[in-house]
Design a protein around this ligand. Sequence first.
Ligand SMILES: Cc1cc2nc3c(=O)[nH]c(=O)nc-3n(C[C@H](O)[C@H](O)[C@H](O)COP(=O)(O)OP(=O)(O)OC[C@H]3O[C@@H](n4cnc5c(N)ncnc54)[C@H](O)[C@@H]3O)c2cc1C
Length: 468
Amino acid sequence: MDRVVIVGAGPVGVASAILLAQRGIPCLVLDRYEEPYPLPRAVHVDDEVVRILQEIGVADEFLRVSRPGLGLRLLDGRHRVMAEFRRDAATGPHGYPQANMFDQPDLERLLRVRLAELDNVEFIGGAEVTAVTWGTAAADGSVVAGAALVRYTMIESGEECSVTADVVLGCDGANSTVRRIIGAELEDLRFEERWLVVDGVCDDDLGAWGGVHQVCDPRRAATFMQLGMLRYRWEFRLHPGESTVDVDTLLTPWLGTIGVRVVRRAEYAFRARIADRWRAGPVFLLGDAAHQTPPFIGQGLGAGLRDAYNLAWKLADGDPELLETYEAERKPHARAQIRLAIVAGWAMTGGQDRAAAVRRVVLGAIWRLPGLKGLALRSTSPPLRLVRRGWRAGRLAPQPSVVWEGRTVRLDEVLGAGWATVFSGKASAPLVGRAIEVTPELDPSGVLRRWLRGRTVVVRPDRVVHRG
Ligand SMILES: Cc1cc2nc3c(=O)[nH]c(=O)nc-3n(C[C@H](O)[C@H](O)[C@H](O)COP(=O)(O)OP(=O)(O)OC[C@H]3O[C@@H](n4cnc5c(N)ncnc54)[C@H](O)[C@@H]3O)c2cc1C
């Protein structure tokens, strides 16, 4: 493949560029801004997503700027604990803490540094993408069949530019231009609430518990968590039509006498929407361009990084049939995560309709239901529904530490960038890609052997179990 053009240098665009460039595919990344979006947004990713960051080459740095989340506490309107669901801060099945709290600009900085290390990626900032054409010849005849032409305007000089691409990735966020260009419509999954998001640095440690606090009071649903040494995030649901809120009054119950410097306050409309098509010819949608979720289970960015990871190896492989599986696999997964976020949000905040006040009194009891408790704490995402004939699995392989060539490493280092077959004892054919025999020497903890139970498992380059 000669070149992939990526529209948008948010976390999903930059992650896509890195994953492709690491597989030897040259990329051009275009963004209307030079620098990453500076204001805080995402604060949580799960261990599956940190595993993707490992592939990208920034996981160790990420662990230095993040902290393990201890779980979820449900509070009543007077901040009394109604229920607590603890998460083990130690390593989970994917080799990292199951919940990781961080500040999105920190992650975006790490991704930009990694991007700059790669030779075959070019980044052009200050470039507004205005048009993408493909398939048939454009008016000036410059498009060859099957390839695309991307037009962009240099914002400062007004210069009109264009570039050809084999594939275009629309990673241009919730108001995606590329989505409009390919004629995709957003399906409304029926959720819209306005929330006030406040990020602050306190003068002193608030002594807060190290997990997410959810105030389950429909009169003023709220979320609170510690992000860094003295960095905190509050989110307050706004009532329909509510325009003026006094932030000091909202923060006082959390702060007591401790002072806070508010680094930003912003109102967000949390929505649940998914694009009806994620592809047209050589143009693909990823990240917020393809799906938007309310942040109650902290999965919006995670879903975008999963898109990037799912698509990168398929593009590198180049098999057209394989590319068909991108939308077919990722769309139901993203939809399931959005639905989970809506249900968890409803269960935590009681919704906003007239019955909400009644529900408030039963919220504590609702959370004793084992299913809902699972919702709050689940870090394992649903299995992919594999759509290609002969593919029969869909869950991720675990990633324990293993001993390889005398060193203790994470399993993915051993699996490598391609397909792998993992087995203990006698392997059943056919072996695909790198063959890894799991012996007690390689797997001293026994995690892999307990997982295999004598099976031969074929693992895709994105660590999804393909057969076994
Ligand atoms: C308050 C809040 C809390 C959140 N909490 C979480 C959380 O805890 N966990 C989680 O996983 N997610 C969370 N999210 C969601 C997360 O922030 C987004 O899912 C993520 O930023 C999406 O990344 P992206 O790269 O797809 O899009 P974006 O980050 O929006 O990047 C899109 C990029 O495209 C560029 N662009 C757009 N149009 C053009 C154009 N025409 N030409 C050139 N460039 C263009 C933009 O400049 C931008 O840089 C939260 C979001 C909010 C708002």
